[in-house]
Design a protein around this ligand. Structure first.
Ligand code: FES
Ligand code: FES
Length: 161
């Protein structure tokens, strides 16, 4: 199979790697580069556990994206969100509202929330539920996640993030 030499910047750190054509971004992040905070759930685009941000606030499913197509792009995983020892406001809101139980969905949920709030800083409950419908949580029942997203939107408006 053809191989591709690519460069990925992940959480601000540049990585050169060689990937076969069928290597997913999720596998490259987890298995080649060690970013295991990006979770493998279904592997078929159904659960959102593998969500990452590309070039800022655009979210995509790592399991549906071929690593070779990401050459030169900048990827953000949940591990790259904290700044100077402080969690991102979305992470803080998820904690504050008990929107985390087992935590498996949480990295993808937080990253998808950042993408959602970048497009719509003050989403309604319906807009949040629609925006996060590709991210499955088996634990929380979603209500606390909705509260956390609304709180994060308010706080980020206040801080201008
Ligand atoms: S692992 Fe990618 S959507 Fe489930
Ligand atoms: S907190 Fe367990 S899957 Fe969401």
């Amino acid at each position: 199979m053809k191989k591709h030499a690519i460069t990925l910047t992940v959480n601000g750190e540049e990585h050169d790697l060689v990937v076969p054509s069928n290597r997913t971004l999720l596998d490259a992040l987890r298995d080649d580069l060690g970013y295991t905070d990006t979770k493998y759930g279904c592997g078929t685009g159904e659960c959102g556990a593998c969500t990452v941000l590309v070039d800022g606030t655009t979210s995509l499913n790592g399991c549906l994206t071929l690593a070779a197509t990401m050459d030169g792009r900048s990827i953000t995983t949940a591990a790259g969100l904290a700044r100077d020892g402080n969690l991102h406001p979305v992470q803080e809101s998820f904690i504050r509202h008990d929107a985390v139980q087992c935590g498996f969905c949480t990295p993808g949920m937080v990253l998808k929330t950042i993408s959602l709030l970048a497009e719509n800083p003050t989403p309604s409950e319906a807009e949040i539920r629609h925006g996060l419908e590709g991210n499955i949580c088996r634990c929380t029942g979603y209500s606390k996640i909705v509260e956390a997203v609304q709180d994060a939107g308010s706080r980020m408006q206040g801080t201008g993030e």
